[in-house]
Design a protein around this ligand. Structure first.
Ligand code: PMP
Length: 284
């Protein structure tokens, strides 16, 4: 059965969905995106994703394709038309189609595309066993706070991790971990403090990161926002990553060094359960 995809105002079968070869998303990666999780047929953290989308667009002087209420309606329509109960909604906005030129076109209509991906997110083998990560140099551009579709280096890094038998890579710059290839990196110190890198252009401001931080603090846990080294991570009691599609995913080994007993730690497991429970309650 083919999916129904949204393209510039139309809901069409995926085989019929088209964008121009002159689209700047295709030619210049001149595009931003968001991925919103669907749990029980409802949207997790929708306002957070839309606020970040608006910021990404503004940072690139890109037109907003629609207001938040309209985008919410489109997301709900995509859930309904695709019968989605658990999975993801991918949204991409490009600057639009124009004759190829580095300068931004004076008048181009933004392109808006959404599609769904159905997949189990709550009960997964990775969540049960945890993942291992390797560290690699961070060779992305310097504006990682903007959620652009320039994902080639993260793709290369995920391939390198796969070849090394690991589940993902943590990227390192100036001796400190920036973030995972598609997630924010966290450690739990031996005295139980949660540590995740402070926000700056060096990393993406994860919507899941913000929610987990809030829930952790509400549960009286201490959260420190600061950079940490790969060495500190290898000696941590626990580690995990956060993202919309993985929630809180335990990390059980870093560059071959096993953390604790090599199984998901209690803090990561508790935060995962808390995050899923609270997200279900607040979902739209
Ligand atoms: N950092 C990077 C580089 C990412 O690609 C993602 C996922 N899009 C995240 C962090 C996590 O962000 P979120 O929690 O909003 O999914």
């Amino acid at each position: 059965m083919s999916r129904i995809v949204y393209v510039n105002g139309d809901y069409v079968p995926e085989e019929e969905a088209r964008v121009s070869v002159f689209d700047r998303g295709f030619l210049f990666a001149d595009a931003v995106y968001e991925v919103t999780t669907v749990l029980g047929g409802k949207l997790v953290d929708f306002p957070g994703h839309m606020a970040r989308l608006a910021r990404s667009l503004d940072e690139l002087d890109m037109a907003h394709p629609a207001d938040d209420a309209t985008l919410l309606g489109i997301h709900h329509e995509m859930v309904a038309r695709n019968g989605l109960t658990e999975g993801l909604i991918y949204l991409q906005v490009t600057r639009g189609a124009a004759d190829r030129d580095f300068l931004y076109p004076e008048a181009a209509e933004p392109t808006l595309v959404l599609f769904t991906q159905e997949k189990p997110l709550v009960d997964t083998p990775a969540a049960r066993a945890g993942i291992s990560v390797i560290t690699l140099p961070d060779r992305r551009w310097a504006r990682r706070d903007i959620k652009t579709v320039q994902l080639l280096y993260p793709s290369m890094a995920k391939m390198a991790a796969k070849r090394a038998g690991a589940g993902d890579a943590w990227m390192v710059e100036d001796g400190k971990v920036t973030e995972g290839t598609s997630n924010n990196a966290w450690i739990v110190t031996r005295d139980g403090r949660l540590v995740t890198r402070d926000l700056s252009p060096a990393i993406l401001a994860g919507i899941t990161r913000a929610a987990v931080m809030r829930y952790a603090r509400e549960a009286q846990m201490t959260v420190e926002e600061r950079a940490f080294t790969p060495e500190e991570a290898r000696e941590a009691a626990e580690a995990f990553v956060t993202s919309a599609s993985t929630f809180v995913l335990p990390v059980v080994a870093i560059d071959g060094a096993t953390l604790g007993d090599g199984r998901p730690g209690p803090v990561a497991q508790r935060l995962r359960a808390l995050y899923i429970e609270e997200s279900r309650k607040a979902a739209l």
